[in-house]
Structure formats: C-alpha cells, structure tokens
Write a protein that binds this ligand. Structure first.
Ligand SMILES: Nc1ncnc2c1ncn2[C@@H]1O[C@H](COP(=O)(O)OP(=O)(O)O)[C@@H](O)[C@H]1O
Ligand SMILES: [Mg+2]
Length: 361
C-alpha cells in the first residue's frame, strides 16, 4: 500500500485482529508542577470511534499528543497493537491527524493538498492520481478539485482536511476539536458526514472535543476527562442515562441533583452511601396540582411546588419549579393541548421512581 517502507514491526502488528489497537498504560504527563494527564489507562479497539470529552484544560489535547508521539509520557507507556511506541518518533507512526485549524496548504489546490501526503510517501504519479480521484469522489469534492482553500467554505475546508488525513490509509485517525471552528448548522451537518465517513472507512478514530452534543452524536464510546483524569468511560447512552458522578451528569446535559432534599426521595434501588439522587429534567412531568395522570401511582413519586420561571425555547419548554428550598429544572416537549404554567402557578411534579439515579457528589 505504502510505497515508502513503513516501520515493519508496527505494520505487521497493526494487522492483528485480536489485540486492542491502542492502549494507554498508566500514562502520566507533567509539565513542571502541572499534571496535564494523570495515570491514564485506556484501550481502544479496531474500528472504534472514541471521543475524549472534557472541559478546557482537562488534558484532552495532551492525551492525543501523547498518542501521536508529539509529547513523551513522564510515566507509563503507550502501545499500538500490543507494542510499545515509546521509541517510535511521530513521523514514523503513520497516523492521520486533523486539528481544529484545518492547516491546509493555502498555496495548493484541493487536488494538490490531497496529493501531497502521497508524494511524501514516494507513491508513483499514476497511483497517486488514481487515489486522489477516488478520494475526491468519496468526500464529494470532485467539483472543487482546482480550487484554493481560500475559495472554499469552512465545511468544505474541513472535508478536505479529513480527506487529506485519510488518503494515505492510516491505521487510525486523530481529531482535535475538528468542528470547533464551524457554526452550529454546519457543525451538525459535518457531524452526520463524519459519522458516515467513519462507517464507510471503518477507521479507528479518536476525537477530542469539549462539545457534549458532538460526543453523543459521533461516538461508540466516550471518555469523560476532568483535571487530567478519566472520570467515566462508557457508551453515549450509558453516560447520559447512568452517570456515575455529578460532574458527568452535569457535563452531559442538565441534571437535577438533590444534595439536601427537603422531601423524601423514593427509589426502587437502595440508596448507596456517599451518593446523591439525580434525575434528568425531561424525566419529570409538570401538571396542574390536581392532575396526576401518569397512571401507575405506585411507580411514581410526586411533589407540589410553585413555578419560578418558564423559558420558551421553540419546541421545548423549560420550567424552574420551587419545592421548599429546592429548585427543579423540568424540560418538556411542547405538544398540542398541553397546559402552560406561569410564574407563581402551583404545579405537581411527577416522575417514575425508576428514573432516579444515584451519583457521587
Ligand atoms: N506544553 C505545555 N506546557 C505547560 N503546560 C501545558 C502544556 N500543554 C498543556 N499544558 C497544561 O496541561 C493542562 C491540560 O492541557 P490540554 O491537554 O491542552 O487540555 P485540553 O485539551 O483538555 O483543553 C492545562 O493545564 C494546560 O495548561
Ligand atoms: Mg485542547
């Protein structure tokens, strides 16, 4: 595939179907007194789309740079296909990388931008041309091949950057905030495209983002990082539905967390010590104080409160409801015939007991 000889033992091991493709073993990276990444252990399987999600400064980029070989671990080891890559320089690692700033060559056309990495690998002109042609088709850039990057929209530039990373057929793809520079609509569109590209190419992808929606949309698995450590690793569904800590619950969406509830929380599960109850705003129904109609009263809990605030957000309505000293956030989908409550109105909040989760505070 590659005309220039790749690092032989890595190339051979890359083909192994059984080993995890990528493994971080207790990796720590410090910069003076700052610990950017602390005791990170993680495996990534072949073909997986893994997202590292966390707030700014949580160590996401450092984790990616460690894997790319741009920075060396202070402690621990990184293995690719079971083999330590500690001594393999980044330029021999043969990975595809896309950063937030697209870093396309501004003086080269789209076609030349795609050809460049193949040229660097010493591929013959005819093979290069054929491969570029195929890639232009696959990423729908055929009509733009003679344009300069400055003549493309942000989304198109990002597509060229992805194509350029994919064209040498790397064993894995590293993305750092790849859609961070795009506006909301374009970002959503690119999320769909990236998902279908990942499906089509089946390439192992590690993506770093602080955008929870992006993480939920794209990933097979999400690693939530906080202050250099892994807070939780799970599927998007599991992270959203069963967060282990209040940090994860709040980072992925909104959460009602009852640190000091002034009412008794009923739950089907035993309340584990050292945890606090949590419920998602969309799991709570708001109704007139006398209208409880979820049925199955024995599976529900309800409390009476007063509307503090009602926020209208297109198809969603958000209420802040005061119950004693607690304020509930409730989110409901707007539907025909639904009553609207105003600040000062008394309401009944109702939820299924099985929707209560227990998280570390
Ligand atoms: N080259 C560096 N020198 C010193 N500190 C750094 C360096 N790179 C990152 N850091 C620090 O490490 C921490 C994690 O940074 P980073 O991995 O960039 O976080 P993120 O990508 O999640 O925003 C931050 O406190 C940052 O200031
Ligand atoms: Mg970063």
């Amino acid at each position: 595939m590659h005309a220039a000889p790749p690092v032989p033992e890595i190339d051979a091991l890359e083909k192994s179907p059984v080993l995890p493709q990528i493994e971080f073993r207790s990796v720590t990276k410090t910069y003076g007194k700052i610990t950017a990444v602390r005791d990170l252990s993680l495996t990534v399987s072949r073909g997986e789309f893994l997202t590292i999600l966390g707030p700014s400064g949580s160590g996401k980029t450092t984790a990616l740079m460690l894997l790319a070989g741009f920075v060396a671990p202070t402690e621990g080891d990184i293995l690719i296909a079971g083999k330590s890559v500690g001594s393999v320089p980044s330029y021999r690692r043969d990975q595809g990388i896309v950063f937030q700033s697209y870093a396309l060559f501004p003086h080269l056309t789209v076609r030349r931008n795609l050809e460049f990495p193949l040229e660097m690998r010493g591929m013959r002109a005819a093979e290069r041309a054929a491969r570029v042609e195929r890639m232009l088709e696959r990423v729908h850039l055929k009509d733009f091949d003679d344009r300069m990057p400055s003549q493309l929209s942000g989304g198109q530039q990002q597509r060229v950057a992805l194509a350029r990373a994919l064209i040498p057929d790397p064993p894995f793809l590293l993305l750092d905030e790849p859609l961070g520079a795009l506006d909301r609509n374009l970002r959503e569109q690119m999320q769909v495209e990236m998902k279908s590209l990942h499906k089509e190419f089946g390439i192992t992808t590690i993506c770093v983002t602080h955008d929870q929606e992006e993480a939920l949309t794209l990933s097979d698995r999400i690693v939530v990082m906080r202050a250099g450590r892994i807070e939780q690793t799970d599927s998007p569904e599991a992270l959203y539905d069963r967060p282990e800590t209040s940090f994860v619950a709040k980072f992925l969406g909104e959460a009602n967390i009852f640190e000091n509830p002034n009412f008794k929380i009923e739950s089907d599960e035993a309340w584990p010590s050292g945890t606090v109850p949590m419920i998602r705003p969309e799991r709570i129904r708001v109704a007139a104080p006398d209208a409880r109609n979820r049925g199955d009263a024995d599976q529900c809990q309800s409390v009476i409160g007063t509307v503090d605030d009602m926020i209208y957000a297109g198809p969603l309505r958000k209420y802040h409801v005061r119950v004693g000293s607690s304020v509930f956030i409730v989110r409901e989908q707007v539907a025909a015939g639904q009553p609207i409550f105003r600040p000062g109105d008394g309401v009944c909040l109702e939820w299924l007991r099985s929707d209560i989760r227990f998280v570390a505070p």
